[in-house]
Write a protein that binds this ligand. Structure first.
Ligand code: SAM
Length: 227
């Protein structure tokens, strides 16, 4: 599926190629994710954070004592990051001349509907993970694709709606997220692909990685190591 059919973003301010609104992400705070990652890795572990955005998680990981190298393809997102080295690059093209204790790819970026892009993301993880390090991926568990439905939540003065939920194919989920803050409104339309645990293991294996388990009972956080 070509990328232009997978992502679309609208609203004030810069929008990343995958449809995220920079001004919106810059105002978000973490929701427990840094602590989940921190608890799963050694003290002071060096982290390569792929798709770091405006540093929502980066800044918290720095505060927890980690060195972080933050990668994103959006210069407007990276401009919000302080205290970490930033690298402007598509994840799939990244080739740094070093490896890391932890390679982190969060925020469901791995759930792209494009299988080739998913494979390329995993190869980047493999290229940059130290022999005794680990890769941590945040994905939607397979059952989410059957249960998710339109919703509306209110948080810290923001309205978060999920609309236009459809299933164009059995393993694809298309939806539009709508974010409203005061008189500003952004939309983000995307398509995600369900990958069963077995399929995920298969893709990891193709990339030279091995599934080691989950960080949490809901199977949203996958831990992998070099095979
Ligand atoms: C949903 S935002 C999440 C940002 C951050 N991880 C967070 O949780 O706040 C996804 C980020 O990944 C970046 N991204 C998505 N696909 C990318 C790619 N192929 N290469 C580099 N960055 C990418 C986007 O530019 C965006 O900043």
């Amino acid at each position: 599926m070509p990328p232009e059919r997978i992502y679309q973003g609208t609203g004030p301010g810069p929008i990343t190629p995958d449809g995220c609104a920079v001004d919106y992400y810059a105002m978000l705070t973490p929701d427990g994710e840094p602590e989940i990652v921190h608890a799963a890795i050694p003290e002071g572990a060096a982290i390569l954070e792929l798709g770091a955005g405006a540093g929502r998680i980066t800044h918290a990981l720095l505060a927890l004592g980690h060195e972080v190298v933050a990668v994103d393809e959006s210069p407007e997102m990276l401009a919000h990051i302080n205290g970490a080295e930033t690298v402007l690059s598509p994840i799939q093209d990244l080739s740094l001349s070093r490896t890391f204790d932890v390679v982190l790819l969060m925020s469901y970026v791995i759930d792209t509907a494009d299988d080739d892009l998913c494979r390329a993301f995993l190869r980047t993880c493999r290229r940059h993970v130290a022999p005794d390090g680990c890769v941590i991926l945040q994905r939607q568990p397979p059952e989410w694709y059957d249960t998710v439905e339109p919703s509306e939540r209110h948080r810290d003065g923001r309205v978060i709606r999920m609309t236009d939920v459809s299933r164009p194919e059995p393993d694809l989920l298309a939806a539009t997220m709508e974010y409203v803050v005061g008189d500003r409104r952004w939309t983000h339309t995307y398509v995600s692909r369900r990958r069963t645990d077995a399929r995920f293991e298969e893709l990891l294996c193709e990339a030279g990685l091995a599934m080691e388990g989950f960080l949490h009972g809901d199977r949203r956080w996958v831990r992998a190591v070099a095979a």
